[in-house]
Design a protein around this ligand. Sequence first.
Ligand code: KIV
Length: 277
Amino acid sequence: MRERMSAYKLKEWKGNEPLVWVTAYDFTQARLAEQGGVDVILVGDSAGTTVMGYDSTIPVTLNDMVYHARMVRRGAPNTMMVVDLPFLTYTNAEQALANGGRLMQETLADGVKIEGGRRTLAAVDSLIRHDIPVVGHLGLTPQSVHAMGGYRVQARTHDAIQTLIEDAQALAEHGIAALVLEGIPDRVAAHVTEQIPIPTIGIGAGNATDGQVLVFHDCLGLSSRYPKFAKPFANLGEMAIAGLQRYGAEVRARSFPDDSHSYHVTDKEWDAFCHRQ
Ligand code: KIV
């Protein structure tokens, strides 16, 4: 088993083996992720779409993140856990510190993730100055779905590529521990990865980044729709439906529960009970 990752180690990781990140939202998913040997668990605000049934991450609250992250921490006590600060919870230095501090204290997170470039630097500085490790997130940033006009691949024009690179450099210079790059062309991600000294973690960003992150449900075949970049490495959804169908068939046929799944009372106690009547 690989040794436990930390924000400190993460920052120094550049040039080592690719990092494996996955999201998780509850105790069982976290336990599986830890047993599966991932380096970092991200409690993403993708909880909004994957487990809460919203069609974006916008409605997710800080209380939601605390609730999910506490479960994840209990399921994966030995894995680095990064928790998303959700929509509008880090609009200025004071707010970011109060909310980031709450995530660290109430969930025992190892760091927080925030979306956006240079406009988030006041939040980044305030968190890092108070020893809260920060992971950045650039490219397709789901909290900006309205501003982006939908979930579209970003950084496809030379101006947008330049902006992304300058944002990445600014975030790295201000001390973030790692940078998630989502939904950008592979060679843009490769270039950013070469330009900054901290690890880049890609999702829909090609395979030249320093690591990859996938949403738990996309990774294991539990989603109803898959983005182009997602690859299910197991078919848990199909297995679950087949299992539920077998369960239903056995209940209807009265073959479940059988003797081996039932509790018993001795003949002596049962006879004594019958003779009391
Ligand atoms: O919320 C999330 O799960 C994320 C990942 C997709 C990177 O931010």
